[in-house]
Design a protein around this ligand. Structure first.
Ligand SMILES: Nc1ncnc2c1ncn2[C@@H]1O[C@H](COP(=O)(O)OP(=O)(O)OP(=O)(O)O)[C@@H](O)[C@H]1O
Length: 309
């Protein structure tokens, strides 16, 4: 079953198109990574499918039902961990989680039990009486997650949950995502950290400029460019004329220069020709690195830009 299906979803902000005919099918039980650079439309997509913002045209089906027609019934199936922290700073962490779970109709012992489980799960039970204003960034993020999962949704949507958190909280969040998924929960996880997607996700959709540019399993996406070689050359200084010179070598697909690092995606292992071109331009090589294709390379091949542009 698909937990989310969109058909030609369009969202505009004034003249600007933030979602441009987005067609996505998300299977139940998977962790789906939504990857893209800043401004790609990731937040707009997840805010749209969770009815936080309206869309202009197209269709959204959740759990096989039209979202607009069945919104009230569908809301309890979904937990949203927004990018902006959405907790109340002047009430205890416990009362925060309890408040959000009560919105879904839980009361009495059932409510208490679910709040406890969500707080144990996010490692906040010992700090339940404290107010979030005393919490670190990572603890606030974990509280945000506890508030989103206490009603035990079947689909959890997380919008860049590891931005600005310490490594310990980050690992805890990634482990929590895996655990929730093992319990059968579908997770949509947006990020612009491809390492997180590679570590977590069964399926990836890559967005750019409001469009889904490619989707598939990690394996499928990497296979798209698996015949290509990625060569990174560290130079003593940036040299942008070199980018154009290397593009003229046969079989070269992409060349970018980021600080002193030249990244080349090539159909052949033509390292000799590349080195000769660098040397002819007077460039001084400090290191050469050949690497396996990554999601970053998939993005680069398809768009000519890096994910961090
Ligand atoms: N409320 C708004 N009003 C006008 N334009 C908006 C609004 N929200 C987003 N946009 C624009 O829509 C586009 C998509 O933005 P969105 O926040 O969905 O991207 P994103 O992929 O989530 O980016 P980030 O990784 O920075 O969070 C961007 O061009 C952005 O400037």
């Amino acid at each position: 079953m698909y937990v989310v299906e969109t058909h030609d979803l369009i969202k505009r902000y004034g003249q600007d198109i933030a979602l441009d005919h987005v067609n996505v099918n998300i299977e139940e039980g998977k962790i789906i990574g939504l990857l893209g650079p800043n401004g790609a439309g990731k937040s707009t997509f997840i805010n749209t499918i969770s009815s936080i913002i309206p869309y202009d045209s197209g269709h959204v089906q959740l759990f096989g039902k039209d979202m607009r027609k069945h919104l009230k019934a569908l809301k309890k199936y979904i937990g949203i961990v927004p990018q902006e922290l959405s907790v109340y700073y002047d009430i205890s962490a416990y009362d925060n989680v309890s408040f959000f779970a009560s919105l879904f109709g839980f009361r009495g012992n059932e409510l208490k039990e679910q709040v406890k489980q969500a707080m144990m799960f996010t490692n906040l039970w010992d700090r339940r009486k404290d107010k979030p204003k005393k919490f670190s960034g990572g603890m606030k993020r974990r509280l945000n997650i506890a508030c989103a999962i206490a009603h035990r949704p079947r689909l959890i949507i997380m919008d860049e949950p590891t931005v600005g958190v310490d490594p310990q909280s980050r690992n805890h969040i990634l482990e929590s995502v895996r655990y929730l998924n093992q319990q059968g929960t579908t997770i949509i996880y947006t990020t612009h950290y491809m390492e997180e997607v590679e570590a977590l996700c069964h399926h990836v959709e890559i967005m750019d400029k409001g469009k889904i540019i490619v989707g598939g399993t990690l394996h499928q996406l990497k296979n798209m460019i698996s015949d290509d070689h990625t060569i990174q050359i560290e130079l003593s200084a940036s040299n942008y004329t070199l980018v154009e010179a290397i593009k003229k070598i046969g079989g070269i697909k992409e060349v970018t220069m980021d600080h002193h690092i030249l990244t080349i995606i090539s159909q052949h292992k033509n390292i000799e020709a590349i080195v000769a071109t660098v040397q002819a331009s007077g460039g001084s090589i400090e290191g050469i690195h050949m690497k396996q294709s990554s999601l970053e390379d998939v993005f680069l091949t398809l768009t000519g830009r890096t994910l961090r542009d």
